[in-house]
Design a protein around this ligand. Sequence first.
Ligand SMILES: [Zn+2]
Length: 61
Amino acid sequence: MPDETRRPARKAGCPVCGKPSQPDTRPFCSTRCKQIDLGRWLNGDYAIPGPPAEVEEDGER
Ligand SMILES: [Zn+2]
């Protein structure tokens, strides 16, 4: 299985400010925006567009 099974990159860029994302801080444009996004998470003010690929439920489906 290839190791490149990443989630499809969003062309919208930084989810915080909309600027092109940088490889170092992807999907954000900078560490600052990363922190801002993290703050939103902690505040619960963030709508998750889709669940991550990691699903812990290994039981019945
Ligand atoms: Zn940004």
